[in-house]
Every structure is written in structure tokens, then in C-alpha cells.
Design a protein around this ligand. Structure first.
Ligand SMILES: [Ca+2]
Length: 362
């Protein structure tokens, strides 16, 4: 069932400029432009990279300079709009178990939802796909799935769930899992210490629109989240259990028609964003950079954007947070960003013919 394709990987130095901290870097293309509509990448401890394609493939890059495309038998995979195979992450016990975590949209045009599955990676094969969780209720739009994963220190997972676009009032309802950050155990059950365990066992936080960024500062034990606003109102928040992040009651964004969504940009009992972008940059992913490889970036959030076609470093230690545009020479819509164990930065470009760039000091 697995069709492996071998393709030589070329190394191309794209740019040798300096960025704001005057650190010289090089961006090397580490995959041919043959990755199709990718959604996420994940570095492996052995130096290889995993990349998801929306059609349901995982591309494995590296090893003996190879590209291997592994089609996954995801049950009822729904590929449309912003849906398809989405994020990929490594379970806490990956080094022992080879277990990976996947999010994907499942169902049909009239009834679909975000699903979370586990599988086992061994060499170039992925087996044992097991759907452990499905967001409810179903919706009938092909957009705003969320789908971002983060693995916490206690082994539980955060999963971002979008508002489905037409269901934005669900973001304020605890009887719906749309427009939420959810926290689940490895077996798909709800952790007993979730904030609404008795009434809404999976919900970690409420009032989200379409969250695509989850990043953890391990030392400070802080979880950062970002989400797309509508027209304007992209935000970065610090996630805390049980809090309400406002959507759609409090937002700086407007409807694409220009109509006001809400008269409120802040509201009692709801968290205001710590960072905001109006007009929108369309934030697609985020990591907390905690390596010495780029000392000037240490302690900052790195945010990839679709619209801005750059990486934005956000220094949360200043008020207001300082935003610095990085790697502007890349000039591509960017879908994901990850850091490997050595501190090198990987960015995943977007679209029909995408690639992965490895960014390291010159
Ligand atoms: Ca908000």
C-alpha cells in the first residue's frame, strides 16, 4: 500500500543577508519543489523531517538524501478548502514507541469535523492509524478546522479547534468544541484536571476563531497561542486553562464585507490579546526559540505568515512586544516553522509546489 518515491535532494543557498540583530544566515533548500499543498513539518531526532500533504501523505525527507512519500489510509479523510491532512507531532514517548500524532478533517461536505489520530513511524513506514478523538459537533463548511497540535510536559496534547467560519457563536458555547483549544490524553480520553471537566471535559480554553499557532516556553511554563482574525485582529495570547479569549464578542477584526463583527475590542471576563495585527498577516504557525544557535533570537516567538511571506520574531519581554521581520528574502507564503535539536530553523513553504528551507547561521 505504501508507494515510496526516491528523489535526489539538492542543496541551494538562497540568501546570505543579515537580519535585524545583524546575524548572518543562510537558507538552504533541503527538498525539491515537489511537496504538494503541505500543512505541517516535524523534525525527527535522527535528523529526518516529516511533512504532511493535505491529500493524506506524509513526506519523509532526509536519511540517505531521499524523499519518501507515504500515503496514509486515513478513514473518511475529507480534502476540501482548508481541510485534509493537517498537523503532525511526536508523542512524548516517540524515542521508544515511534508514535506520531496527526490531525485531519474527516467526513463529507455536509458533515465534517477535525479528527486526531495516532500511528507508528518505523523507518520509512507509517502503520497502525488509530483515530482517538473527533471534534463535535459536525459542521458543513470546509474551512476553519484549526488542527494545530502541541505536546505538553505531562504527555497530554493540546489541539486547536477552529470555529468553522459559519459557527462563530459556538466559540462562546461550552456545549460545542468549535472555536476552542482542547486538551486530550494520549488514549483520547479527557484529562481529569481539565478546567470544565464535569460539564465540557475536553475544553481547555474558549473564544477562539481559527488558531494555527501553539508554542511552549518550557522554562517559563508558558503556552502561547495565535489565531487568525477576520479582516484584521490576528492575535497572540498566553493560554491559561478555563479562560475565554473573546471571539466573536471581543475582536479588533471586521467581517470581510467591512461590517463590524462586534462593538467590543475588549470585554469584561474575556482576555485581550497581548499582540495584535491589523491589518492581518495571516499567522500560520509559531515556535518559541530557545537555542543559542541564533543568540539574537533566543527567548522570542517566531511566527510564520501566509500573507506577509516572512517570519516575524516577536519579543514578548518588551511592552509592547517588539516585532521584527526576518528572512524577508524568502518571499514565499509560509505554512509552518520548527526548530531542530541543534537550533536550526526549518520553514515550510505553501502551495502546489512547496519546499522546506533550513536556516542556520552563516
Ligand atoms: Ca481574542
Amino acid at each position: 500500500m505504501f508507494e515510496n518515491t526516491l528523489v535526489a535532494i539538492t542543496l541551494t543557498i538562497l540568501a546570505l543577508p543579515a537580519f535585524a540583530e545583524d546575524i548572518r544566515y543562510q537558507a538552504k533548500r533541503i527538498a525539491p519543489w515537489t511537496i504538494h499543498y503541505p500543512k505541517a513539518l516535524e523534525p525527527l531526532p535522527d535528523g529526518r523531517l516529516l511533512v504532511t500533504e493535505r491529500e493524506g501523505n506524509v513526506v519523509i525527507l532526509g536519511g540517505e538524501s531521499r524523499l519518501v512519500r507515504v500515503p496514509l489510509a486515513l478513514p473518511d479523510l475529507y480534502v476540501a478548502g482548508q481541510g485534509g491532512l493537517l498537523d503532525i507531532a511526536l508523542a512524548q514517548d516517540f524515542d521508544l514507541s515511534g508514535r506520531i500524532i496527526l490531525t485531519f478533517s474527516q467526513g463529507t461536505e455536509t458533515a465534517n469535523h477535525l479528527a486526531v489520530a495516532t500511528a507508528t513511524l518505523q523507518n520509512d513506514t507509517i502503520t497502525g492509524i488509530d483515530v482517538v478523538f473527533s471534534v463535535s459537533p459536525d459542521k458543513d463548511t470546509p474551512v476553519h478546522f484549526g488542527g494545530r497540535l502541541a505536546v505538553l510536559n505531562d504527555g497530554t496534547w493540546l489541539v486547536s479547534s477552529g470555529d468553522g467560519f459559519d459557527y462563530r457563536e459556538h466559540a462562546q458555547r461550552t456545549d460545542s468544541q468549535l472555536g476552542k483549544i482542547l486538551r486530550i490524553r494520549e488514549d483520547g480520553a479527557a484529562p481529569l484536571d481539565n478546567p470544565f471537566y464535569d460539564t465540557a471535559p475536553y475544553i481547555y480554553s474558549t473564544g477562539h476563531r481559527n488558531p494555527q499557532g501553539l508554542a511552549i516556553d518550557e522554562d517559563a511554563a508558558v503556552i502561547y497561542e495565535h489565531e487568525h482574525g477576520p479582516d484584521g485582529g490576528d492575535e497572540i495570547n498566553i493560554l491559561r486553562p478555563g479562560l475565554n479569549y473573546g471571539w466573536p464578542v471581543a475582536t479588533s477584526g471586521r467581517d470581510y464585507s467591512g461590517a463590524r463583527i462586534s462593538p467590543f475590542t475588549d470585554y469584561a471576563g474575556m482576555e485581550s490579546p497581548l499582540v495584535e495585527w491589523t491589518p492581518s498577516v495571516a499567522p500560520s504557525a509559531m515556535v518559541f526559540y530557545n537555542s543559542d544557535l541564533f543568540p539574537g533570537l533566543k527567548g522570542q516567538l517566531l511566527v510564520t505568515t501566509l500573507k506577509e511571506q516572512s517570519v516575524i520574531a516577536v519579543d514578548m519581554s518588551t511592552t509592547p512586544a517588539r516585532k521584527t521581520k526576518l528572512f524577508a528574502t524568502i518571499n514565499q507564503r509560509l505554512r509552518d516553522i520548527e526548530i531542530d535539536r541543534k537550533g536550526a530553523i526549518y520553514v515550510l513553504t505553501d502551495g502546489e509546489n512547496a519546499t522546506v528551507l533550513r536556516i542556520a547561521p552563516l
